[in-house]
Design a protein around this ligand. Structure first.
Ligand code: SAM
Length: 215
């Protein structure tokens, strides 16, 4: 039986408007091949923020097959997107999907570990108005620290999966590995909420989204 949160997520998922063919193809591929992509309801919220804030430059940490990068791109095709991915198979698929479904040449995938790429982007003095963190959950704090250095004066940093199926609360005790990761995410959430330079809200949309802006 579904709990209240699951019922609500299912409801929100079901009332989303019809998706474009490319979205259906990528979501179906991800489901069939167990590729973790963002929950479509969360994606909808992120594209809403992009349409509201019109960032000229977007940075994504964690491309997978390119579903979220392409969703952000279609929400605001004039924005330049830089997306980082380290997994060779994901890189190859994302490159194909981006070549097939991007509307211009504004989506740039940088292959390699983000922990190597991010310091290079800082050295090159790159700035981004919108940063989306969606890679290894155990590294969120490091990603956010790099993101702070890369953030333009105005802008937001989004982190996905900050509730991590409820395991971030410490209340679920049925899965050892999820509990450990949940504890790390909880540490990150506490650190983030108390970061004196940022104002953060955590929204229980999808797997939990943290929205951080500079104070
Ligand atoms: N944002 C994608 C979407 O919603 O379509 C999903 C990204 S998936 C949750 C996380 C991805 O981050 C994986 O493909 C993984 O290989 C990648 N990743 C994890 N740690 C990384 C790192 N340190 N550097 C680069 N990529 C990383």
């Amino acid at each position: 039986m579904m709990n209240n949160q699951e019922v609500i997520t299912e409801y929100l998922r079901n009332i989303l408007p019809e998706k474009a063919e490319w979205e259906v193809e990528l979501i179906t591929y991800a489901q069939e091949n167990r590729v973790p992509i963002i929950e479509p309801v969360s994606m909808r919220f992120i594209t809403q923020l992009i349409k509201l804030s019109h960032p000229a430059h977007i940075l994504e940490i964690g491309t997978a097959i390119g579903y979220s990068a392409l969703s952000m791109h279609h929400a605001l095709p004039k924005s330049k997107i830089t997306t980082l991915e380290r997994d060779i198979e994901m890189i190859s698929q994302a490159k194909n999907n981006i070549a097939k479904y991007s509307l211009n040449n504004h989506v740039n995938l940088i292959a390699g570990d983000a922990l190597d790429t991010l310091p290079k982007l800082i050295e090159e003095e790159k700035k981004f108005e919108f940063i989306f963190i969606d890679a290894a959950k155990g590294q969120y704090k490091k990603f956010f620290e790099y993101a702070m250095a890369l953030q333009a004066d105005e802008g937001v940093i989004i982190t996905d999966n900050v509730l991590f199926k409820g395991y971030a609360t410490g209340q679920l005790t049925d899965h050892n590995r999820f509990q450990k990761l949940g504890k790390k995410i909880n540490d990150y959430n506490i650190w983030l909420m108390n970061n004196e330079n940022y104002h953060t809200s955590i929204l229980p949309i999808g797997d939990g989204i943290a929205l951080s802006i500079k104070k």
